[in-house]
Design a protein around this ligand. Structure first.
Ligand SMILES: NC(=O)c1ccc[n+]([C@@H]2O[C@H](COP(=O)([O-])OP(=O)(O)OC[C@H]3O[C@@H](n4cnc5c(N)ncnc54)[C@H](OP(=O)(O)O)[C@@H]3O)[C@@H](O)[C@H]2O)c1
Length: 274
């Protein structure tokens, strides 16, 4: 019988963000982690109070939900490594769910790498790093998992933020919008803060003002349901200073660059699993 509710293989940037969320949602003693460099998993475990083991097989044997937090090119090797353990446990009647967060890797190709005759329940997710503080957006592709197990997974990870269930056919495109956008937002905010510094605002204050403005604007979009264009219009007084800034952003091709960024990331997602 499994000892832990959820186990993580790979505690890098994304894996550790989800470990933090899991440890806020359930008893950290129900969470186990392992990592290629054990010291990384050990430091995280010490910080959040979860358990740590030394091998991927141990995580697979002892956890109900097995979170695969390695890079896409490492995933096939890890799947082959844990397959015998998963089979043995399932043959003994244990319920296991494999959860992959790897960009671009389809569930069909994961089944092939596992190489098992039985179909292990599987979830493919696309989270983002704000999950570490409960502000994440996680897309869940639920096709290969019973609805009650999807519900259970979302309950365990509830402290990571929002979830949306969406077909795997949209994984590469939607994954770019959730997984990659934080990086784009950081770049945007860094530029805005640089502008404020150029205009004379001290760096630390500039970062706070910009971050809070972006946070407030995003919250308003989500809560009001209004189109961002309408909310932008409400800030731009005729002949005022904001519309001058808007015109500068358009001169720099901001919206076109944003479109290309998300579309380009979606294209790259398609290639990552191949
Ligand atoms: N970063 C994001 O914002 C984001 C968003 C959505 C999805 N993802 C997905 O999340 C996955 C991880 O990305 P990441 O950004 O977190 O990468 P990362 O920071 O490089 O983390 C990967 C972790 O896997 C560990 N690892 C490597 N080989 C391993 C093995 N054989 N067994 C156990 N652990 C192993 C690495 O340990 P060492 O450092 O010791 O080698 C590292 O801690 C990727 O599949 C990515 O597509 C990431």
């Amino acid at each position: 019988m499994f000892q832990y509710t959820i186990g993580f293989i790979g505690t890098g940037n994304m894996g550790s963000a989800l470990v933090r969320a899991a440890c806020k949602g359930i008893d950290p003693q129900q969470v186990v982690v392992t990592n290629h460099t054990p010291a990384k998993a050990q430091a995280l475990a010490k910080e959040v109070g979860c358990q740590v083991v030394l091998t991927n097989e141990e995580v697979a044997r002892q956890s109900k939900f097995i979170m695969l937090g390695v890079k896409p090119h490492i995933l096939p090797e890890v799947l082959r490594q844990i397959a015998p353990v998963v089979k043995e446990c399932m043959d003994q009647g244990e319920e296991k769910v494999l959860v992959s967060m790897a960009a671009g890797v389809t569930m069909e190709s994961m089944y092939q790498h596992l190489g098992l005759s039985q179909r292990v329940p599987m979830l493919r997710i696309m989270p983002n790093t704000p999950a570490a503080i409960g502000k994440g957006m996680t897309l869940v592709h639920p096709e290969c998992c019973k609805p009650e197990l999807v519900d259970e997974f979302e309950t365990i990870m509830a402290q990571s933020g929002r979830f949306d269930r969406i077909g795997e056919n949209l994984a590469d495109a939607a994954g770019a919008a959730s997984g990659c956008v934080p990086a784009f937002a950081y770049l945007f905010m860094e530029g805005l803060a640089d502008g404020a510094v150029m205009a004379g605002v001290p760096r630390q204050k500039a970062m706070t003002y910009v971050a809070q403005a972006v946070l407030g604007a995003a919250s308003l979009v989500l809560q009001s349901g209004q189109h961002p264009g309408a909310l932008k219009d409400a800030v731009c007084s005729p002949g005022g200073s904001t519309i001058v800034g808007v015109s500068k952003l358009e001169e720099g091709g901001l919206r076109s660059a944003c479109i290309q960024a998300v579309a380009g990331s979606a294209e790259k997602n398609k290639k990552l699993g191949k």
